[in-house]
Design a binder for this molecule. Structure first.
Ligand SMILES: CC(=O)SCCNC(=O)CCNC(=O)[C@H](O)C(C)(C)COP(=O)(O)OP(=O)(O)OC[C@H]1O[C@@H](n2cnc3c(N)ncnc32)[C@H](O)[C@@H]1OP(=O)(O)O
Ligand SMILES: O=C([O-])CC(=O)C(=O)O
Length: 371
């Protein structure tokens, strides 16, 4: 038996949800650049789950369904109020609350295609309400109920801030959601598929995926990018800071990717958004620092920015707390996880690879008092 560390390059399943071929990302065959410029997040959700873009009435229906299902059982917010809140990372709160959602869904254990699709709508709709509700509760405020007439992107910002976003913020946030929605067999999606391939339920699959996304080598990197930029502080400190980090063999968060070698196609959209938004807020130093970090990391290591790098200054410019960056990633990526879970159920086989044994051999049991 031979192993491939980290399963690099191993093709572990087939999927029609999204593809990365020659560094080009597509969702169901649509180039990410095209979707980022033109699509609403609701259209992308429909696309990922149904394999085609919706017509007008289908789009109206899914938009209405999502907005109508956003409210979260009050008990879940009551639990949050009892958390030792200053020690709780919002990703831990999200992971816990999504698991709890199953307790309040009478169909949690039902397993058929129609019911699974309905549960997918409920989960997709409730994740933003959980993320924003937690954010408000820890500030000593009440969660804000969603408005049925708002888009998914606008509702997130509305539930977070208690006021409707301006058009620029809504458009930027929608684009970020579109860009993060799916990404072939990334670690959290693989986790979700492994979980439900045992024929466990959707809530278990999404809870497991949130746990995988949380780590700093995956979705957790966006929060760390902002920590790096905040540590650097000013453009003139970039060179010294990055050189020292590289000399110490530290990883620069937001750079590198297991699959992309010529660059992540999503990064340019987020870079443009970062430039635009930081100008509007009058804090272009975040963009200027990011550009300088990129120049250095490309120059010194040949590593290119991934989706997490410029999303940090984008979310910061939208006034969002830094530890909510990864939950926002989850708010989008749950659409991809759900698409992959539905695909896995539709043609399921248990996922159970092998391990090459490298431990000791021919051991003999010795009673405890003789050891
Ligand atoms: C949404 C997402 O999940 S995108 C990824 C988000 N994660 C990050 O941004 C964290 C920083 N990046 C990384 O840790 C990596 O590039 C990963 C995890 C994304 C990809 O990892 P892998 O394909 O396993 O590459 P691996 O970690 O083995 O790195 C290969 C080499 O490049 C170096 N390297 C990779 N990324 C970086 C980085 N960001 N900064 C500095 N060096 C790096 C490694 O130190 C290693 O060097 P070595 O061969 O001298 O030991
Ligand atoms: O694909 C990966 O390895 C990481 C990921 O989720 C992404 O880049 O969106």
């Amino acid at each position: 038996m031979s192993t491939t560390r980290g399963l690099e390059g191993v093709v572990a399943t087939s999927s029609s949800v999204s593809s990365i071929i020659d560094d080009v990302l597509t969702y169901q065959g649509y180039n990410i650049d095209d979707l980022a410029e033109n699509a609403s997040f609701e259209e992308v959700i429909y696309l990922l789950w149904n394999g085609r873009l919706p017509n007008r009435s289908e789009l109206d229906e899914i938009t209405k369904d999502l907005a109508a299902n956003m409210e979260v059982p009050k008990e879940i917010f009551d639990y949050m109020k009892a958390y030792p809140i200053e020690n709780v990372h919002p990703m831990a709160a999200l992971r816990t609350a999504v698991s709890q959602l199953a307790l309040y869904d009478e169909q949690a254990e039902e397993m058929n295609e129609e019911v699974n699709k309905q549960k997918a709508v409920r989960l997709q709709a409730k994740v933003p309400a959980i993320v924003t509700g937690f954010s408000r509760i820890r500030e000593g405020k009440e969660p804000v109920a969603p408005k049925k007439e708002l888009s998914f992107a606008a509702n997130f910002l509305y539930m977070l801030n208690g006021k409707e976003p301006d058009e620029t913020s809504e458009t930027a946030f929608n684009k970020a959601l579109v860009l993060h929605a799916d990404h072939e067999l990334n670690a959290s999606t693989f986790t979700a598929r492994v979980c439900v391939a045992t024929l466990s339920d959707i809530y278990s699959g999404i809870t497991a995926a949130i746990g995988a996304l949380k780590g700093p080598l995956h979705g957790g990197a966006n929060e760390r990018v902002m920590a790096t930029l905040s540590d650097i502080g000013e453009v003139e400190n970039v060179e010294r800071y990055i050189r020292k980090a590289l000399d110490n063999k530290e990883k620069i968060m937001g750079f590198g990717h297991r699959v992309y070698k010529q660059g992540d196609p999503r990064a340019k959209h987020l870079r443009d958004m970062s430039e635009k938004l930081t100008k509007i807020t009058g804090e272009s130093k975040w963009y200027d620092m990011s550009i300088k970090v990129e120049e250095m990391v490309v120059g010194e290591k040949g590593l290119l920015p991934n989706v997490d790098f410029y999303s940090a200054s984008v979310y910061h410019s939208l006034g969002i707390d830094h530890d909510l960056f990864t939950p926002i990633f989850a708010t989008s990526r749950v659409s991809g996880w759900l698409a992959h879970i539905l695909e896995q159920y539709s043609d399921n086989r248990l996922i159970r690879p092998r391990a090459e044994y490298v431990g000791p051999d021919k051991q003999k049991y010795i009673p405890v008092d003789e050891r």
